[in-house]
Design a protein around this ligand. Structure first.
Ligand code: OGA
Ligand code: NI
Length: 320
């Protein structure tokens, strides 16, 4: 029984059209330079005060200058990461029609399983991927729970450091970002017959405070640095951290929510898992300094706006 979503079949007409229309896009998926992100050793946080301070400063600098960085000695063991990956592979291997009814057999909420993109009018808008988007609460008592517990602690620690470096020692993130409001997104990118034309995930920014990504060795994550797309070289021991829109707004544009995407591979499937540090819908996001670049807004308002924009324009407009 086939476990792959029927991407090729569903987008047949888009494929046919792509052969006749000329593509005029800003982002050539094939000619992107591979670079290392800033790499930060978090074990330095438990060294002496001076070393801890230097490490915190590096985190804040990377969030300002890159919006992206990698961390090692992050407190999540290789065993836990392997357990997560094994479970992820197992879940995606299920027959496609079972995954579509994921609430029945995995106990995830209905609608957790997503594949392709419902609003694809052009090939370049198509996501060549499938994903489970799971509220962290739904993960309890699954083999992914120990990972979820650890990654939540790491996310809180990083958010606190980033806030502190702006001069704000606060319990804001602990109070507003709870297991019921944070998400784990399991991504799978099947091999793609025309990888130079189709994204695994379209260029986007994340709509959260920060994201922690664990990716395999295939590679495919790309991001914008100084106006150029660059590819991230996978590092098996590292986790990739990126700033989301909410932190950019909260930090008054100090930390950058940077556009990124996932590209596909012609022969290899790729897995990644992302943890999104999100607040409750009622939480109001207000800049921590004045004068504020953005008016204050609730997370609910923001999510609604993103959904409306995607329906209207086919893409997310983001902070404005
Ligand atoms: C995401 C994301 C990148 C990747 O899930 O929001 O950007 O490499 N994923 O899977
Ligand atoms: Ni993302």
């Amino acid at each position: 029984m086939d476990s792959d979503p029927p991407l090729l079949e569903t987008y047949k007409t888009l494929f046919a059209n792509s052969k006749t229309s000329s593509n005029n896009h800003d982002h050539r998926l094939v000619t992107v330079e591979e670079r290392h992100l800033p790499l930060i050793d978090l074990s330095r946080l438990s060294h002496n005060e001076a070393e801890k301070e230097r490490c915190q400063k590096e985190i804040a600098r990377a969030a300002r200058q890159w919006g992206f960085f990698q961390v090692v000695n992050h407190g999540i063991s290789m065993e836990l990461l392997e357990m997560l990956r094994e479970e992820q592979v197992r879940v995606f291997k299920q027959p496609f029609h079972h995954k579509c009814r994921e609430d029945k057999f995995l106990n995830f909420s209905a609608g957790s399983y997503r594949w392709g993109t419902p609003t694809s009018y052009f090939l370049r808008q198509l996501w060549w991927s499938e994903a489970f988007h799971i509220p962290v609460n739904d993960i309890s008592s699954t083999p992914m729970e120990p990972f979820a517990t650890k990654v939540a602690i790491l996310a809180q620690k990083l958010a606190e450091i980033l806030a502190e470096k702006l001069g704000h020692k606060s319990s804001f993130f602990q109070e507003s970002c709870l297991p019921s409001t944070c998400y784990l997104r399991l991504n799978r990118y099947p091999p793609c017959p025309i990888p130079s034309d189709i994204y695994g995930l379209m260029p986007h920014t994340d709509s959260d405070f920060l994201t922690i990504l664990h990716q395999d060795q295939v590679g495919g994550l790309q991001l914008v640095k100084d106006g150029q797309w660059i590819a991230v070289k996978p590092n098996p021991e590292a986790l990739v951290i990126n700033i989301g829109d909410l932190f950019q707004a909260w930090s008054n544009d100090c930390y950058k929510s940077v556009k990124h995407c996932a590209v596909t591979h012609p022969t290899k499937e790729r897995f990644s898992a992302a943890y999104f540090l999100c607040p409750s819908y009622e939480t109001v996001i207000e800049s921590c300094s004045m004068p504020s670049v953005y008016r204050k807004f609730s997370f609910r308002e923001y999510r609604q706006k993103v959904q409306e924009d995607v329906q209207l324009y086919g893409y997310k407009v983001g902070l404005s």
